[in-house]
Design a protein around this ligand. Sequence first.
Ligand SMILES: Nc1ncnc2c1ncn2[C@@H]1O[C@H](COP(=O)(O)OP(=O)(O)OP(=O)(O)O)[C@@H](O)[C@H]1O
Ligand SMILES: CC(C)(CO)[C@@H](O)C(=O)NCCC(=O)O
Ligand SMILES: [K+]
Length: 249
Amino acid sequence: MILELDCGNSFIKWRVLRPDGVTPVEGGVVGSDADLMASLSDTEKFQLKKCRLVSVRTQAETDLLVASLVEAFGVSVVRALPAREMAGVRNGYEDHERLGLDRWLALLGGFHLASGACLVLDFGTAVTADFVAADGGHLGGFICPGMPLMRNQLRTHTRKIRYDDMAAERAHESLAPGRATVEAVERGCMLMLRGFVLTQLELARQYWGKDFVVFLTGGDASLVSGVVPDAKVVPDLVFVGLAMACPLS
Ligand SMILES: Nc1ncnc2c1ncn2[C@@H]1O[C@H](COP(=O)(O)OP(=O)(O)OP(=O)(O)O)[C@@H](O)[C@H]1O
Ligand SMILES: CC(C)(CO)[C@@H](O)C(=O)NCCC(=O)O
Ligand SMILES: [K+]
């Protein structure tokens, strides 16, 4: 079977596909290399032969993970690499190697699924927006702190903002002005996210009128899906692009 990995800044998303390369068998989200190895340790079950991965971690960290995978499972590993152009999309960065590979793959996947102009919004540790025109030209994008970073910056840089995860979850039942710290912070950050989304939509409309598809992906996509009812929520958009960038012959 085939192992696919999306190594983000906080989590590794993994899934195992049948040898046909399309049918997912199992997958998950883990917080460390060790947790990943543990999740995959049932080697008999998966019989992994090949692995393709994308990483936004350092070369050294990624090399270490690849070495463990090769040692534990004997897989052959293919990594997504930066490209100036692929599948009809032209990387819009001045230095194409600087564009985060998770963004590159998500926008490749988005353009492929949309067959036209698209706006790709990814809600992970960071929040990113990327614009791809109908002719495949990537216009560039935006990077902002995601929900976990916004919340933790406030917690870290103030004395009196302290609350636990349970309280945070309860605070999201409404978006009314907060009447307790947890509500004020959680709803405030939520409105920042939503405001970001609405601004990106406005920009896309200025470029393309109504002729574009919006994709939402990343672990926190569900937080904002309500403000873009027409958006396509595609949690595995990075994997769509990964399969395009790393065909397994
Ligand atoms: N099963 C899960 N495990 C961990 N986080 C999850 C899970 N489901 C949703 N999330 C949410 O996903 C967010 C993390 O997003 P995601 O996994 O897309 O990115 P990341 O790997 O942290 O960062 P990035 O890919 O941007 O570098 C967390 O804020 C968390 O709220
Ligand atoms: C922005 C993140 C952190 C999102 O995961 C990642 O794509 C990244 O590290 N990018 C490199 C910087 C850039 O894309 O300009
Ligand atoms: K990501």
